[in-house]
Design a protein around this ligand. Structure first.
Ligand code: ZN
Length: 319
């Protein structure tokens, strides 16, 4: 696994999984591989490259093995994959993925429609995954994601104490990190500030990342709120690709280019070259005809006076 980068904020590309899972058009394997290589070259250190759901359920990921094999050849890249269950974890372990992203839904209804079992059964499954991961010769990192932490299209509001309880349970079960996910874009900056602060207090040193969808236009405002309470890892997707096949009306992840821009202007070094990132959208445009590509920075370009946080810090130090 690559060494931890020195970036202040880690942006994790989700488009190849969260984005593509909601798109019926199969993106050719070669295009996925080109996307991964280009984005790593643009400075993105971590990419969730596929999902180990059965290809019968999501044919988009029928090429998971080939995509992972390619991603593992990309220097310095942390290769992550989504796992819905123990079987998925076993596939990831066999392939040597660096990081397994397990996801359960805090909302019972959402969990049931997603993986056909109760949230508690998913927590129990996580314990079996921890045991399997710990017994593996090349132990990958294991992240536990809490989907629908900020609300659910089936259930509406989600009890914050329930989110906290499940977060603690997953932490105690042996997660290396957690992610609180606003799967359907119900989150707002006040809720983000409150819940992340509470969960971070509850789990101590365990890293807690954020997974936001920009369904109602407050995606980057939520990033800002999470930054304020010490969150330093964000899931995003190039051109805002994304959604959820089990969450009606959900739209894409927050836009990678815009999120990088916000972080850099606030002085957080993302290690990402935003102009290079914007050029990669051509791969999506070519291979996913008819798919809407979102993002304001890519459409309008960077401001003339824009200087990345890292360069600005260096200049200030030299003055
Ligand atoms: Zn998502």
């Amino acid at each position: 696994m690559p060494t931890t980068s020195t970036t202040d904020v880690v942006l994790r590309e989700m488009g190849l999984r969260d984005g593509l899972q909601s798109i019926a058009t199969f993106m050719p394997t070669a295009a996925k591989c080109a996307w991964i290589s280009a984005e790593a070259a643009a400075g993105v250190r971590e990419i969730e490259v596929t999902s180990f759901v059965p290809p019968k359920l999501l044919p988009q990921f029928a090429d998971a093995e080939a995509v992972v094999a390619h991603a593992l050849t990309v220097p310095g890249l942390t290769v992550a994959a989504l796992i819905p269950n123990l079987r998925g974890a076993e596939r990831g372990l066999a392939l040597g993925v660096h990081k397994l992203n397990y996801v359960l839904s805090v909302s019972e209804t959402h969990n049931m429609s997603n993986v056909r079992r109760s949230t508690q059964e998913s927590v129990d499954d996580f314990r079996r995954i921890v045991a399997a991961v710990r017994a593996a010769p090349n132990r990958p990192r294991l992240c536990a994601g809490l989907a629908t932490s900020f609300g659910c299209t089936f259930e509406g509001a989600i009890d914050e104490d329930r989110v906290r309880r499940i977060a603690v349970e997953l932490a105690e079960a042996g997660a290396d990190e957690l992610a609180l996910a606003d799967t359907v874009g119900y989150g707002d900056p006040a809720a983000v500030r409150r819940l992340f602060a509470a969960v971070k207090r509850d789990v101590g040193d365990l890293p807690v990342g954020a997974h936001f969808h920009d369904t109602r236009g407050v995606g980057v405002a939520n990033v800002m709120a999470a930054l304020e309470v010490g969150v330093r890892a964000f899931d995003a997707s190039l051109a805002g690709l994304g959604g959820c096949p089990f969450a009606p009306g959900a739209t894409g992840n927050i836009v990678m280019e815009d999120t990088a821009f916000l972080c850099e202007t606030l002085g957080y070094d993302t290690g990402v070259d935003i102009a290079a990132l914007a050029k990669i959208r051509a791969i999506l445009a070519e291979n996913l005809p008819g798919t809407q590509l979102l993002g304001n920075v890519a459409k309008s370009g960077l401001p003339k006076h824009f200087v990345p946080a890292r360069l600005r810090a260096r200049r200030e130090a030299a003055e």
